[in-house]
Design a protein around this ligand. Structure first.
Ligand code: ADP
Ligand code: MG
Length: 254
């Protein structure tokens, strides 16, 4: 008995000029997993992430989220449907505090807020209190409570990565997409980030992660999906994947 996957890609193709970046990509992400997407440079991982999050449209194929076809939907609609990707902090506001950064990413539509302020001032304060409580809860899950009032720019590299994840969590995802969550982070902090992601998974979150650090992938991710030349080449537990001759060849041949 297998539950329906939370995310499914069927036959995704995407061409950039003469380059076939995705060449019939099929993959499924099971609920409650931390699934890794790995593969040599140019395999199509970033393009796959952009197709999944709605940033680019595929030329052919389907993206299904919880069984619903979301192919070609706008990124904000996909976020609202429960699929949220983390963004690098450089795109956030480094002078704001950690708390403010988190609250900013949990905001309702600005128009709604203005209407509420004019007609129901009490509701605005209650909404802001609720938003602050939600931000505090997210910070606690990521061990950022001590630095809530620090400017984001003053955080350590590992804390910045955790804040990136926290901002995505403010959108209350059911599927979280992480693009290189430990890039540029030392091994001790990478282990801390892995532990926090494992905890999110244990609380019921599903995570799809692109990451080049194989220690991190080995310790955290199951299954591991290997892409090469725009397709899924192999899938399984890290040990099995690492021992697969086709996978070794794909990495050697880049
Ligand atoms: P990965 O993230 O696995 O390294 P990418 O998805 O970035 O792979 O790239 C897959 C292929 O598509 C590569 O050959 C890359 O050069 C090409 N590609 C990706 N994005 C573009 C683009 N915007 N314009 C042209 N070629 C692109
Ligand atoms: Mg890439």
């Amino acid at each position: 008995m297998t539950a329906a996957p939370i995310l499914e890609l069927r036959g995704i193709r995407r061409r950039f000029g003469g380059v076939l970046a995705l060449d019939g990509l099929d993959l499924a992400v099971r609920r409650g997993t931390v699934t890794a997407l790995v593969g040599p440079n140019g395999a199509g991982k970033s393009t796959a992430f952009q197709v999944i999050s709605g940033v680019i449209r595929p030329d052919a194929g389907q993206v299904l989220l919880e069984g619903a076809d979301i192919t070609g939907r706008r990124p904000d609609r996909i976020t609202a449907a429960g699929l949220v990707r983390s963004f690098q902090l450089a795109r956030g506001i480094p002078r704001l505090t950690v708390l403010e950064n988190l609250m900013l990413y949990g905001q309702a539509q600005p128009g709604e807020a203005v209407a509420a302020a004019l007609f129901r001032p009490g509701a605005v304060r209650r909404r802001e209190d609720a938003l602050r409580e939600r931000a505090q809860a997210v910070a606690a899950r990521l061990n950022l409570t001590r630095v809530l009032d620090n400017p984001a720019a003053a955080l350590s590299g590992g804390q910045k990565k955790l804040l990136e994840i926290g901002r995505a969590l403010m959108a209350e995802p059911r599927l979280l997409l992480l693009d290189e969550p430990v890039a540029g982070v030392n091994p001790v902090l990478a282990a801390e980030i892995a532990a926090r992601i494992a905890q999110l998974r244990d609380e019921g979150m599903t995570v799809l992660v692109v990451e080049h650090h194989m220690d991190f992938v080995a310790a955290l991710c199951d299954p591991v999906i290997v892409m090469a030349a725009g397709r899924r080449l192999a899938e399984g537990r890290f040990q099995a994947i690492a021992a697969d001759a086709r996978v070794q060849e794909a990495y050697m041949g880049r």
